[in-house]
Ligand binder design. Structure first.
Ligand SMILES: Nc1ncnc2c1ncn2[C@@H]1O[C@H](COP(=O)(O)OP(=O)(O)OP(=O)(O)O)[C@@H](O)[C@H]1O
Ligand SMILES: [Mg+2]
Length: 257
């Protein structure tokens, strides 16, 4: 396998009951350093595919390759290390943060879970993580409800980056935010990717956003991959009627970003 591939789905299948496949024979590769968009109508299986890639959901059949190795064959010890390298940011920035924890504790938690201290002090690392997402130390003693949705999503992103992962699943990270706030978070994600050489799987309903952020895009319909290719090609000259409908269903991006 060429080393420029970081994550690969091979014939992934998920059945919750034998009657219906929610993911049906999905194969694609994510190149190191790229942003792959994953689009499709609600219920098409996007989140399920993402969760199988992270092994948060076990596939019914198929393979997940990570950095050339068989992820499904990795034992519990190895998975601890893999979990450090792969992180996920969810749609709802409030639900993802424990309301009883201060930001200081939220940012320290990944280190506690992985029983691994940062190279620098926890204090310095937390401050650095906040700076990275455009916030400052005054956030440390506050609780999630004291922040706006955009700020909360920045805190989620800071936490996801705490252990210096290489692969991030972004499952509709800005869908719950106002368009202009979402645009700022998207620009932040783009800057972070350049700075840290991150690889993204970006799940979205917004084709303009996907066109803005992604290198390539995978289109899912009822559990199947129906179109895949360079973003400009898929968005500019879609081959499937279904993809055309997805593009027509989302309005143009506002002037910014
Ligand atoms: N734990 C589960 N048990 C049974 N069915 C499930 C489970 N999780 C997901 N499904 C079903 O699998 C299908 C795909 O769900 P999934 O969440 O992957 O879709 P999605 O493309 O992410 O949708 P959305 O855009 O709404 O987030 C849906 O029909 C859903 O009801
Ligand atoms: Mg989903």
């Amino acid at each position: 396998m060429p080393t420029d591939v970081l994550v690969e789905a091979r014939g992934l299948v998920k059945e919750y009951s034998s009657a219906r496949r929610v993911v049906d024979d999905v194969s694609f590769a994510i190149k190191r350093g790229e942003t792959l968009g994953l689009v499709g109508e609600s219920g098409s299986g996007k989140s399920t595919v993402a969760r199988m890639l992270l092994r948060l959901v076990e596939p019914t059949a198929g393979e997940v390759r990570y950095n050339g190795g068989d992820l499904l064959a990795v034992g519990p010890r190895g998975m601890r290390e893999m979990r450090r390298r792969m992180q996920i940011v969810f749609q709802d920035p409030y639900a993802a943060l424990n309301p009883r924890m201060r930001v200081r504790e939220i940012l320290a938690e990944p280190f506690a879970i992985h029983r691994q201290g940062p190279i620098e002090s926890l204090e310095a690392r937390s401050a650095q993580m906040l700076r990275t997402v455009g916030m400052d130390n005054s956030a440390l003693e506050r609780f999630p409800h004291e922040f706006s949705g955009g700020q909360r999503q920045r805190i989620n992103i800071a936490r996801a980056l705490a252990l210096r992962p290489e692969f991030l699943v972004l499952d509709e990270p800005v869908s719950a935010l106002d368009v202009s706030v979402g645009a700022q978070v998207v620009n932040l994600l783009r800057d972070l990717q350049r700075e840290y050489g991150l690889t993204y799987l970006f799940i979205s309903h917004s084709m303009p956003l996907v066109r803005y952020l992604c290198d390539r895009v995978a289109v899912m319909q009822q559990g199947k991959l129906v179109e895949f290719g360079e973003c400009e090609r898929v968005c500019g000259a879609p081959q499937e009627e279904y993809t055309r409908r997805l593009i027509a269903a989302t309005p143009e991006m506002p002037a910014s970003p």
